[in-house]
Design a protein around this ligand. Sequence first.
Ligand code: M6R
Length: 581
Amino acid sequence: MCGILGYVGSKQAGPIILKGLRQLEYRGYDSVGIATIDHGRIELRKDAGRVDAVEKKLHFGDMIGVYGIGHTRWATHGPPVQKNAHPFVDESGKFVLIHNGIIENYLELKEVLRAQGVAFSSDTDSEVLVHLIAKVYRGDLLKAVFSILPRLQGAYALCVLHTDSREIICARNGSPLIVGVGNGENFVASDVSALVEHTRRVIYVRDFEVVRVGEHEVTCFTFEGKPVAHEVKEVSWNIEQAQKQGHKHFMFKEILEQDKVVEESLKVVFSCARSWNRIHIVACGGASYAGLLGKYIIEEVARIPVSFEVGSEFRYRKPLIGKGDLVVVISQSGETADTLAAVRLAKECGAHTLGIINVVGSTMAREVDEVVYTRTNGPEISVASTKAFLAQCIAMYQLAYHLKGGVFEFAGFGGYIKSLIELSESIKLVAQRYALYPNFIFIGRNRNFPLALEGALKLKEIAYIHAEAYQGGELKHGPLALVCEEMPTFAICPQDEFHDKMLSNIQEVKARRGRVVALGTAGDTKLAGLADDIFYLPAVDALLYPLLESVVLHLFAYHIADMRECDIDKPRNLAKSVTVE
Ligand code: M6R
């Protein structure tokens, strides 16, 4: 959460940083700020609001100076107001800093600094960093950064500038940081999308490293000051793939790309060992629903017991895992703090960790024992995950078949996904009828239940509609009390072994005057006779239906959110990469 970006070169920094911040905005959009240095003077512009709104007032593009830093904020400490926006300048006006992460002992540090006479201008934890550095500075910015690091508790990627030296000093512990290597110019950023327009050559900075980024050279050190070597890697995607390409929202563009995602995903190969005492799957949010689907599919296909847990719970338990166990983590960003903590705990317990991760070079990808990358036809920018979710689900089937000793195949998969995407306009017509309901129930049974969870999550996160998901059989144990004319139910009811049970559940809803939108199999007249509205999936093997359902669920939520004029790509209070607890 929070996007950070730095530039040092010979071009005007303001417009470069502004453009990069637009790419990073999905990481946080509470406030935005840029600082550049020109003729030994810091120029600082920042305010609460989205990049484009603040740009209209502050004209970042006019900022001169050939090196600078910028930040988009996802508020943790202090409300999203101007004074809490980054960058922060020290009292001498010579140091300026941005930070992503949380400094857990900031109150203690603040007290120490206050006792030394420092007056704070914000409520943030981050501001302590710039004052700490200023206090210990003796003419060498790199040394000053080294000397404050042992005093910090928490997570950070920080970048600091001094008016007298044309370089950015960065440090990383727990929050992502990437260096973009250019020709006579270099960049630092939270992720590749902010710099891929300028260079595709990147260095993935590791935890506990400090980097000095000059115009012509990049030098990495350990926290102890020992130089470390880094391979410069080539990013495989380009700037076009990180743009909307004429679509109203990234989310819609990313839904449309899914036939290509399927094509690429089917090439993914698992090569992990097949024999494990037990398998544990850990992930957060939407990725956790892909994980829950994995539990159903692996147990069904490979007949190996699988436990499933969300990262935020797993990390604070004393999980019964050890040598001989496989812990599978699933993450789009590869930076989710709770999932990352689960990786570390699993390793401590002696388990083997396998990451199913989308962002190449991310922290999790580097920390797991084995990584399998999902292939999503370029980056996923929308906060609401769609194509990465589908890729994660496919990976679960591939893992299940690999563990069984086979290979996952799904003839015609890409074509099916394409035909479902083509339903978009008819889904939109139905969505119109449901856009004003404030509540929704989603039901599904067995392997379709994780998809019900996913459908409900999407409606919550992008359309701000309260939605809950239940296993069809659970309705009668409580939630049925909610069903009435004002509470529609979305029933996932493909023609599988649970079909008749689901029809009974739908009957229960209809008997209480609840409206039903159903997702069923083409030709299902029984379901059509019961549901108020229906979307059809092509007839496939029962095991495979979950792989077709998300396209419809995502389009349904998307169109409702669009009708409600929600900020679809940047839902309130959320951020794409959740790097704090
Ligand atoms: O980057 P990750 O996959 O680890 O992120 C996990 C969740 O934060 C993420 O899936 C979130 O729930 C999405 N907004 C879902 O659309």
